[in-house]
Design a protein around this ligand. Structure first.
Ligand SMILES: Nc1ncnc2c1ncn2[C@@H]1O[C@H](COP(=O)(O)OP(=O)(O)O)[C@@H](O)[C@H]1O
Ligand SMILES: [Mg+2]
Length: 359
């Protein structure tokens, strides 16, 4: 096992080669680390800025062995890392952060809500169903409208169906592929907020100001930060963040998505055990951004300051919106972040901009 803090010159392993891996690699390089990316595709956004790319599936023992041979610690840019891969890495003497508890909770929407409620973080009412019949009886007991989501593998609003009548639950269950699902009561939120937080190897925590998030079709479009919230809301969100981090014995950055209700109460929607799209504003709005913070945490360094020095509007560039780069580059308040993806498909996250304004 590596000794912490990891000195500059050490190699950090990252599972996943997308934009989050790319921005982690850039932040790691700034602190003098090398990055080794494990990714199925030889030509990936993260691989193109990393010292090493190991090509293979995330659960390939040979690829994990090659990663363990160069990396002192391994982290990931997505939550659906097979638990077995983490165990394989641990058996090879490489620590993975965040740890297996955080992954198993975040990979299953039912386990996630059970953990949140047990730790004192409220969520919408929910039930699980493994069959069409069970979906029907749970829906009848809860009452519509309901949002039915696959328990595993959903992202960007994929794997979800609203039903307006409890009688439609069986059809929704089948339409989602006949896999285990969660049924969620509708959150009548006035706003979606999120909080990005970090916990170091020494148990210290660092928390960013809340951001306000706007989604379209399940995909994040726009983040405004720091969000205008009451002191009570800010304190409640911080209390939730600390409970979640401590409950998972967490190391690294986490994203916690929240629903703000009319009466000011907060419900947790979901947690992401990684750097998060709603934290991209910190790159141009905070002293130490979420990517450097994650590298610091997993490398056993002290966490950095999270204070904001600007007000930021973050806009995702989806599909061919990234073709606007030349125009955007003219705007003095706009910081452009492009992911180097070769092909712009509709809805694909190609980059983002941070529009920076004085606090
Ligand atoms: N129970 C709910 N009630 C109302 N809206 C919801 C609920 N769950 C999710 N949503 C909406 O759908 C979006 C995506 O759902 P989420 O559970 O965060 O899935 P994903 O993993 O795809 O991000 C949320 O940001 C929110 O706008
Ligand atoms: Mg979400």
């Amino acid at each position: 096992m590596a000794a912490f803090p990891l000195p500059p010159g050490s190699t950090l392993g990252v599972l996943g080669g997308g934009q989050l891996g790319r921005m982690l690699a850039l932040a790691a390089a700034r602190l003098g680390f090398d990055v080794a990316v494990l990714e199925r595709d030889a030509d990936s956004p993260a691989g193109r800025v990393a010292a090493h790319t190991i090509v293979g599936p995330y659960d390939d023992p040979k690829a994990l062995e090659a990663l363990a041979a160069v990396a002192s610690v391994v982290t990931y840019e997505f939550e659906n890392v097979p638990a077995k891969s983490v165990l394989t890495l641990q058996a090879l003497g490489v620590e993975a952060a965040p740890g297996p508890e955080a992954l198993s909770v975040a990979q299953d929407r039912v386990a996630e809500k059970q953990f949140l409620n047990a730790t004192g973080a409220p969520t919408v009412a929910f039930a699980s169903a493994d069959s069409a019949d069970e979906a029907m009886s749970q829906a009848a007991a809860m009452g519509a409208p309901l949002l039915i989501k696959t328990r595993r593998d959903g992202y960007d609003g994929k794997g979800q169906r609203w039903i307006e009548h409890a009688a439609d639950a069986a059809a929704a269950f089948e339409a989602l592929g006949g896999v285990p699902v969660i049924l969620e009561a509708q959150a009548n939120f006035v706003r979606e907020l999120s909080i990005i937080a970090a916990r170091g190897r020494d148990g210290a925590t660092a928390i960013y100001p809340l951001s306000e998030n706007h989604h379209e079709g399940g995909i994040l479009r726009r983040t405004l930060a720091p969000a205008e919230v009451s002191t009570r809301t800010a304190e409640e969100a911080e209390r939730i963040a600390v409970r979640v981090l401590e409950g998972l014995n967490y190391v690294g950055v986490i994203g916690i998505e929240l629903f703000e209700l009319k009466d000011g109460r907060l419900l947790v929607n979901e947690i992401a055990p990684r750097v998060h799209n709603t934290g991209h504003w910190t790159q141009d709005g905070c002293e130490v951004d979420q990517f450097e913070q994650h590298v610091r945490a997993v490398a056993g360094w002290p966490l950095g300051p999270t204070a904001p020095h600007a007000r930021v509007e973050m806009l995702n560039l989806l599909g061919d919106e990234a073709n606007q780069w030349a125009k955007l580059a003219h705007e003095p308040e706009t910081r452009l972040h492009l992911y180097g993806k070769r092909e712009a498909k509709p809805g694909r996250k190609m980059g983002h901009v941070n529009k920076v304004h004085p606090l």
